[in-house]
Structure formats: C-alpha cells, structure tokens
Design a protein around this ligand. Sequence first.
Ligand code: HEM
Length: 321
Amino acid sequence: MDDISSSEQVLLTPEQDFPSDQQEEPHHPMTSTITTMMGTTTNNRGITSSGEEEGEDAEVGVLLPPRRVDMGEWNRQIDRAQRVSLFSAHALAIVLLIVTGQWVSQLGGLSWEKGQAKLIFNWHPLLMILAFCFMTVASLSFRYRHFHSSRSASKLLHGVGWAIGAGCMAVGLAAAFFSHNDRTSGFVANMYSLHSWVGMTVLSMYSVQFLVGIGAFVLPHHHAFGISEISKAKIVQVHSFFGPVLYLSMMLTILLGIQEKEGFVGCGYKVDAPDMIPFQNFSQIPFVCKQSHAMGFCILAMGLCTMFALHQMDRTKYRTR
Ligand code: HEM
C-alpha cells in the first residue's frame, strides 16, 4: 500500500474494504453488517478483507477506521475514457456538419437573394450548428493539454473558437430575421415560438459570457486601473460554470429549432389502423426528417461526449457515507 502515491489513494469505508475481484456488486450501506474478528473485516455476504469465507459466529457491529485503497488504475481508465470522448465529440461534429449540409441541400440550398426567403432562412440552422461545432472545439480546448499542448495555445483556441461561434450566430440570426421580413416572399411573424425566445435568451447569455471573457482575460490590464488578480480568479470560477451551462442551453435551443422546422416540413405519415409497431413504418418518415433526426442525435451525443470530456472528476470523494 505504501508504494501508492497519495493522489491515487482514497479513503474507504469498511463496507468497501474488499479486494476488487470479490466485490461483485455494490450493496446498500444500510443492509451491510460489518463485523470484526481478530482484525479482519467481513460483510453480510461473509467475505473478509483478506478474501476468506467467514463463519456464522462472526462478532457483529464494530466499525473499523476508514482505509486507503489504490484507485490509480480506475483513474487511468477514466482519463482514457475522457480522451475517447474528446475525440468522439470532434468526430461527431464533422458528421453533424456533413449531415446538416445534405439536409440544407434537400431543403433547396442557400441564397441571400430577395424573394428567396426559404433559402435565406436555411443559413440560420447551418450557421447556428456551425457555431455549436466551434463552441465544442472552444469548450474542449483546455482538455487538449492531455496531448501536451501549452496553456497559451489552449487559451488562444478557446478565444478564437468562441469568437468564430459568435460571428456565425450573429449572421445566422440575421438570416432568420431577413427571411421573415422579406417583402417579396411575404412577411412572417418574428419571435412567436418557444425556440425563438429560448434562443434569444441563450444568445444574450452568450454575449455576456463572451464580453466578460474578453474584458477579464484578453484586454491588457494595468494593476491600478484594471481588474485585480483576485477578481480574475473569481471571474474564472463563474466563467467556467457558465461555459458548460451555455453549451447545454445551446444544444437544447438547436433541438427545439430542429423540432420547429420539422413541424413545417411535416414528418408524420398517414395510417389507417392503430400504429402499434411504429418501427415497421420507419420507412414512411420522409427522408429529410430522417436527416434532421440524425442531426438531433448527433447533437445529443456531442453534448454527452463534451460534458464527459470536460468534467473534472473529484478524485477525493470515494466514500459512500
Ligand atoms: C443555438 C442556436 C439557435 C438560436 C440561438 C436560434 C435562435 C432563433 C431565433 C431568435 C429565432 C427568431 C427569429 C425571428 O423571429 O425572425 C429563430 C427562428 C427559427 N429558428 Fe432558430 N436558433 C438556433 C438554431 C436553430 C436551428 C439549428 C434550427 C433548425 C432548423 C432552427 C430553426 C428555427 C426556425 C424554424 C425558426 C423560425 C420559426 C421561429 O421563429 O421559431 N434554429 N431561431
């Protein structure tokens, strides 16, 4: 035990204190009976800390002090899984952009010409999804340090990623308003859906996060006039809380947007009898909707991978009570 580095050792309650190969399933602490006999521990399944079967007559009820075990291998597995997640998030972003491109072309393609409101609108989902992909790169930039990139390179990538994302969103939003306000194509109401209101809120939060980030970490500060180091430290805390919140809110908004668009496209099909086994009718769903469903799943999977890769596991809390 002594050869394990302190960062890889964790406190363990007596219920947990068994060799890993004999700990087949977790058991509820309330149902666990801890017994001691001559310095060995046993649980209610009668397995001792030394791995021996214990008899019926074991003494009941004395708790041993917590002990340390080696979590090093588990921590290395988590690191590996986070690296796979980081890679998967990027791979999914590429797949997402390809599917989105094909979906947009199924919907008629892109245009900025007056009288082509539908094609002008198509810029909106394309650019918003592109922004989400840049947000993914920016969010994960500090995790590239797994690959020994420097902190300043990560910072640069983080800032550039968010800046390109902000640019894509600004143009994407303008496209939605231009298409709705195109006289030649006919006017459409603005800001009537839940998607548009949630979207505007997310954009506002994004802008605040972006501007605070620039103000605190990019602009040069003189100690007498600028932000002090302690304020910067406080801002970093809040900034790194709101980053993932924004990322997930963006994901939610995009899913709402896809749902909104699917409503216009029409994804349902006619049935003459109760549709008891919908999977059998999967082929009846229009191709363009299958594409947008695939986009939605890609976005969900990206969210999952990015959040897992971003999460800083608390390696001190292994105690169950
Ligand atoms: C995070 C990214 C997104 C944000 C912040 C966002 C925001 C908005 C906003 C503010 C509007 C209202 C524009 C207006 O009233 O003229 C809107 C409209 C719309 N958006 Fe998005 N959007 C996003 C992504 C998407 C995506 C990926 C789609 C997918 C198709 C989409 C579909 C729509 C549709 C169909 C409308 C028109 C109907 C409506 O006003 O709700 N949006 N969006």
